[in-house]
Write a protein that binds this ligand. Sequence first.
Ligand code: NAD
Length: 266
Amino acid sequence: MEQQLIQIAQWIITSKRLVVFSGAGLSTESGIPDFRSPGGVWDKYDPEDFYFQNFIASEASREKYWQMATEMYEPIKMAQPNQAHLAIAELEKLGKLDCVITQNIDGLHFKAGNSEEKILQLHGTAIFVSCLSCRKQYDRDEIQERIKKGEKAPRCDDCGGILKPATISFGQSMPEKETQEAYDRSSRSDLFIVIGSSLVVQPAASMPLVAKRGGARLVIINRDPTPYDDLADLVIHGQAGPTMASILEYIKKDLIPDPQSHEEYV
Ligand code: NAD
């Protein structure tokens, strides 16, 4: 394991265009459940209730959606970045990061210190709410206050349109600019590191393939196996936080491992 971490650190040091691709598994150590792990969101809710078409179709669906979204927002609001987010933010400070393509909606890359221009949020953000008619944006906390006071499926103050968290639901179009840029940066990357993603949600999950075809080295750091493990140059089945913290340590020490700090964490 230690050799693998040193190898990844070495690849990062020599990389010119490092792309980090993050998923819900990056944030479980911050207390935000992922979708597919036991005890994750899909153990509790029916994915159909998240479909955009259903949200648009009926007031009852919207009420149910907002009920689930309210419950899911609480841990997001309270969450603090973990070791993995902090290591990724540090990579930006070290000038080693081309960008982060994230499926996450929790804003933790920003809380960790990454700058706006480095983060491509493929699935939007839970931190804002948008009107689906006039596009007016609201702060999420403001809308949650209205829900607390009794509104069940809030409407836009300006135009009466349907309000929805600014996240991308199943069946909703992906943000065009971010998606295109994510494909471009994936294809131009020379090192592509997946952290905490099951790599089953499309089209986001095709990015590692695009990177690999463009000539990048592919590293996957995920607790469980993914469909792309066979394609990767190096796979670590472990926890994102301690793994990224160790890799960062090796980068900082310029690859001279300290035998005293050896840890087991898988
Ligand atoms: P996923 O739930 O499909 O997969 C998460 C993966 O992370 C799993 O394979 C699991 O083995 C791994 N994992 C869990 N904890 C880990 C840890 N501590 N270290 C390393 N690996 C760990 O999530 P996904 O691939 O991101 O795709 C599903 C969708 O989930 C995305 O569209 C995303 O928008 C949404 N989502 C986001 C959040 C968030 O923003 N934090 C939370 C839940 C779901």
